[in-house]
Design a protein around this ligand. Structure first.
Ligand code: ADP
Ligand code: MG
Length: 292
């Protein structure tokens, strides 16, 4: 496109709250044939709240929430913030030392000399923490309800499960249907469990879902899709999405995304409205038409 067309397109984007990093990004957007969405914080609002706490081995609810929140306090993850907010609301203070965050899995920390893990079932498996059949059943039930269930383990034993629920953004279903109407296929790519991902996908009418995917797995999935199909846009919000945003033909960061996600992205949607993805592609199609 001509420099003038690029300037006009970029300016129009800005008016719609679509921040386009450069002219190349605006030109590339018209080729997109598939849009891949991260779930947490992208399709959903990313403001999960604690909805249920289950305990095992004689743990009391308040004590479990307190130790889980203490472990999660240094984490910036939306799930961590939900647990900490619940503990704060119940006036349960505490912090951790030796905190480690494992992207797409959970956290490990020391709280009052005890080893605490909060995270996925797979993470428990890796740290050789056995899950009772009661815990496995609770996980299955909560996840089939679309909730993200995290296991809390203390000193190598599962002490409880904390479930959080996150709301799908209003208008998400319509925004995805609009892309489909433009001849663009839509997929969900998430670190969350298959059951939770499926519950959300069903709600949205999305049939292509890859769940339980770690950050490096997101990059691999995109590579595979790119090799076997049309140009891809990846829409994400988190620190863990940055590599995938960079790998995609077009990286799109949601408004209020992590700084590294916005840096890796070609486009940032300031209004946190998923319609911005279709708008950006339409803008690009219009811009490219000017020179044809
Ligand atoms: P998404 O791809 O949907 O944005 P993430 O990759 O950030 O999700 O996280 C994947 C999964 O890892 C979460 O659903 C959760 O089970 C677990 N997880 C990630 N961070 C944390 C944390 N700070 N505390 C507990 N669990 C976590
Ligand atoms: Mg996310």
């Amino acid at each position: 496109a001509t420099p003038t067309a690029i300037m006009v397109g970029t300016g129009r984007g800005a008016g719609l709250g679509i921040l386009i990093k450069n002219g190349e990004a605006l030109e590339r957007a018209h080729q997109i044939g598939r849009v891949v969405f991260d779930k947490t914080g992208t399709i959903t609002e990313g403001r999960p709240v604690v909805t249920e706490i289950v305990t095992y081995g004689g743990w009391e609810r308040g004590a479990l929430l307190q130790i889980a929140a203490a472990a999660e306090r240094p984490s910036e993850h939306a799930l961590a913030r939900a647990i900490v907010a619940q503990a704060d609301a119940e006036a349960l203070p505490g912090t951790s030392t030796e905190f480690t965050s494992l992207a797409g899995q959970g956290v490990r920390a020391t709280v009052d000399g005890r080893a605490v893990l909060v995270g996925t079932a797979r993470m428990c498996e890796e740290w050789e923490i056995a899950l009772s059949s009661a815990a496995s059943q609770d996980l299955a039930r909560l996840e089939s309800e679309g909730k993200t269930a995290m296991i809390v383990a203390v000193d190598g034993r599962a002490a409880g499960v904390v479930a959080v629920a996150d709301t799908v953004r209003p208008g998400a279903k319509a925004a995805l249907a609009r892309l489909a109407g433009m001849g663009i296929s839509v997929a969900l790519l998430t670190g969350d469990s298959p059951r939770v991902a499926q519950a959300v996908a069903t709600e949205l009418g999305v049939t292509e879902v890859r769940a339980g995917v770690r950050p490096d797995g997101k990059v691999a999935a995109l590579r595979e899709w790119r090799a076997n199909g049309p140009a891809i846009a990846m829409v994400g919000d988190g620190v863990n999405d940055a590599p995938a945003l960079a790998q995609a033909d077009l990286g799109v960061a949601m408004g209020r995304a992590a700084d590294v996600a916005m840096e890796a992205a070609d486009i940032t949607l300031l209004r946190a409205d998923l319609n911005g993805v279709a708008d950006a592609i339409i803008l690009s199609r219009a811009t490219m038409k000017i020179i044809r």
